[in-house]
Design a binder for this molecule. Structure first.
Ligand code: MTE
Ligand code: MO
Length: 158
């Protein structure tokens, strides 16, 4: 159902594009991300320029959301997942790469979140944030995510 234009202009909602080697690419708002099981993380990270920060986040696991989008690997062959990268981009162009294995429960098992709230403030307008609870440095903590691209093209290194 489409909302009246005036309401959309007054209350813009950020959208995140899931693209790449996926059976079901999607455009998701923060409110769409509430459909997956929600997790909490208390995170501390150090910024090279602004020092140590502490925040509480909620949101779905990145792994859960990307699995719903259907990455085109063979789910029964663990090795097939090792060629996949995940490229996460913020609206300001800040970006970082993760390997699929980093968040896969059979490998790195990192509890990476797509946060829908920070310190109990919803992120509907600002866009979801990438939260890597294990990172010491905050540089991969991407705010205002507008695109995540899953890339399984790394089949050969020669
Ligand atoms: N979109 C976006 N996210 C970003 C950055 C950025 O420049 N753009 N900087 C990163 C860095 S270097 C750090 S330390 C943290 C800082 O979090 P803060 O923006 O809440 O201070 O955000 C990270 N996320
Ligand atoms: Mo930083």
């Amino acid at each position: 159902m489409s909302r009246p234009l005036t309401e959309r202009v007054a209350d813009p909602v950020a959208e995140l594009a899931l693209t790449g080697d996926l059976a079901r690419p999607a455009r998701l708002t923060v409110s769409d991300l509430l459909a997956w099981p929600q997790h909490r993380a208390r995170v501390s990270f150090e910024c090279a320029t602004s020092g140590i920060q502490h925040h509480g986040f909620t949101g779905p696991l990145l792994h859960d959301v990307l699995c719903t989008a259907g990455p085109v690997f063979d789910p029964a062959r663990r090795k097939d997942r090792l060629r996949f990268l995940i490229a996460v981009t913020g609206a300001d162009g800040h970006h970082a790469l993760l390997s699929w294995a980093e968040i896969d429960p059979d490998f790195g098992r990192a509890a990476v979140l797509l946060a829908v709230s920070i310190d109990d403030t919803p992120l509907d307008r600002a866009g979801p944030q990438l939260v890597l609870p294990q990172d010491r440095c905050g540089a991969r903590h991407i705010s205002g995510i507008n695109a995540i691209r899953v890339d399984g093209g790394y089949t050969s290194w020669t």
